[in-house]
Design a protein around this ligand. Structure first.
Ligand code: NAD
Ligand code: 6OD
Length: 486
């Protein structure tokens, strides 16, 4: 048995007395124990971060901090195989995905915010008052201090570094609470940070759960200045309530019930391929995944037919095998939730075009959490599958008769994270994109990212935006300095 996975506090691995299981979702087997941080370890991590937040990290020049962040990116690249192994063991995601998306994006996040930091400039206003005084108003950004970073399990390294990189770029220290399901890459990143020259205490990791554990201790800690959280909307609401007494700054990236709108003038091959990717990527466990596909009635039968063919072609297999295109769900609990929706669909009379139940497990992976890629049609308005986030490899496909109906259906949800529009009419694409309630809209593509753009959701999908200068707005405290000249 391997040694328990430690927390990472003040530049050192830290073991604790309480441990919990790290389960490989592809096999259902425990891979190792993880050290759970109690209140004492969270206090120690926050104290180390507080001390570091007042130290040399914030005093370094932007150029110097950017160089260190680039070295962190290089360190991830250099240890790519270790990161891949840890991430695949924790999530069960296929090597084909983790090696081109998750781990490279971990490094890219550091490079992107290092580049942004090099070009960031302060603003100034020249002021002349009615009575002839002159002043120069400078707007500079100060770091917030200590930022708590609470992460989900679906894209562990990608989503954690998406927050840690800009927080550090802005001169803060962080305490990260990774998901209890996927703890390994956060601790590994601690070693990379140390080797890259990040001062002790700037990057800390506390493992554990939410309520009554490391997550809650971090959110309620009086010496944490801000919480950046990615996860379920319900958890966001609990965190907001728990953080209220200490008036922490909050950034929330939450759930989605995302729509694709497929018009009759689209490139059908591209639309079907795009919707296949957006529905099944990471076994449907990406907040941006499409769970509702609205298709113009004239192309509806052909679209459904082709989508089902591509869904059936997903290859469930050993996550480490190059041929595997779909992994398991993250946990028994999550599989039970997803299969609950599969049963509901059957019991409420939806047409199951493909899938709909537990999948046959690949050889040697019988204890894993495998479910079939699934498509439903004949879905009545108001059905739970048109409203509730499933977070699994499944979607409903619904026909529409005109643009107004497509927009109304897409907006008929409490969520507002993203949408994709498939059409060759640019004017329509722009009109529909403006009418859809979503923080991100892709036209004739999906999940094509430029890290300088604002990322986040409307309605119950989030609060605030991160990415590019929006990240620096969140992780910095703008300060106005008024210099009287005359
Ligand atoms: P989750 O909300 O269950 O957990 C996320 C994290 O919060 C975990 O680290 C968990 O331990 C912690 N946590 C739970 N309760 C807490 C509490 N009371 N106080 C402090 N911490 C607490 O989410 P998940 O199941 O890990 O991830 C899936 C969800 O995340 C989906 O809803 C998905 O849409 C959403 N998500 C959104 C985005 C986005 O960018 N909008 C990205 C990824 C995932
Ligand atoms: O690509 C990103 O920056 C990002 N935040 C993706 C979120 C995916 C949700 O699961």
């Amino acid at each position: 048995m391997r040694a328990p996975l430690p927390c990472f506090i003040d530049g050192q691995p830290v073991t604790t007395h309480r441990t919990f299981d790290d389960v490989n979702p592809a096999t259902g087997l425990v891979t190792r124990q993880v050290c759970e941080a109690g209140r004492d370890e969270v206090d120690a991590a926050v104290a180390a971060a507080r001390k570091a937040s007042k130290g040399s990290w914030r005093e370094r020049s932007a150029r110097d901090r950017a160089a260190v962040l680039d070295r962190v990116a290089d360190g991830i690249d250099a240890r790519k195989d270790e990161f891949l192994r840890a991430e695949i063991e924790d999530t069960g995601k296929p090597m084909a995905l983790a090696s081109v998306v998750d781990i490279p994006r971990g490094a890219a996040n550091f490079r992107a915010f290092a580049a942004q930091l090099r070009t960031l400039s302060d603003e100034s206003f020249t002021t002349v008052t009615d009575d002839g005084q002159e002043a120069l108003n400078l707007v500079v950004r100060e770091p917030l201090g200590v930022v708590g970073v609470i992460c989900p399990w679906n894209l562990p390294l990608l989503l954690m570094t998406w927050k840690v990189a800009p927080a550090l770029a802005a001169g803060n220290a962080v305490v990260v609470k990774p998901s209890e399901e996927t703890p390994q890459t956060a601790t590994l990143l601690g070693e990379v940070m140390r080797d890259a020259g990040v001062e002790d205490g700037v990057y800390n990791v506390v493992h554990g759960f939410g309520p009554g554990s490391a997550g809650e201790h971090l959110v309620t800690h009086k010496d944490v200045d801000a919480i950046t959280f990615t996860g379920e909307s319900r958890t966001g609401s609990a965190i907001m309530a728990a953080a209220a007494p200490s008036l922490k700054r909050l950034s929330f990236e939450l759930g989605g019930k995302n729509a694709a709108l497929v018009f009759d003038d689209c490139d059908l091959d591209a639309a079907v391929a795009g919707c296949t990717r957006s529905t099944f990527m990471n076994t449907g466990q990406v907040c941006l995944c499409t769970e509702r596909i609205f298709v113009a009635r004239s192309i509806y039968p052909a679209f459904v037919d082709r989508l089902a063919t591509l869904a059936r072609a997903r290859v469930l297999g050993d996550p480490f095998a190059a041929t595997t295109t779909m992994g398991p769900l993250i946990s028994r609990t999550h599989a039970d939730k997803v299969l609950g929706y599969y049963r509901l669909a059957k019991d409420s009379g939806l047409d199951v075009v493909c899938g709909g139940t537990v999948a046959e497990a690949p050889d040697g992976h019988g204890g894993g959490f495998w479910v079939e890629p699934t498509i439903w049609t004949n879905v009545p308005t108001g059905h739970a599958l048109l409203r509730e986030e499933v977070f699994g490899p499944c979607a409903v496909v619904v026909p529409f008769d005109d643009e107004d109906e497509a927009i109304a259906r897409a907006n008929d949800t409490e969520y507002g994270l993203c949408a994709s529009i498939w059409t060759n009419d640019l004017t329509r694409a722009h009109r529909v994109a403006r009418a859809v309630d979503a923080g991100l809209v892709w036209v004739n593509t999906w999940y094509l990212r430029d890290l300088r753009t604002p990322f986040g959701g409307m309605k119950k999908s989030g609060i605030g935006r991160e990415g590019g200068r929006w990240s620096f707005d969140f992780y910095g405290e703008p300060k106005n300095i008024c210099l009287r000249l005359r």
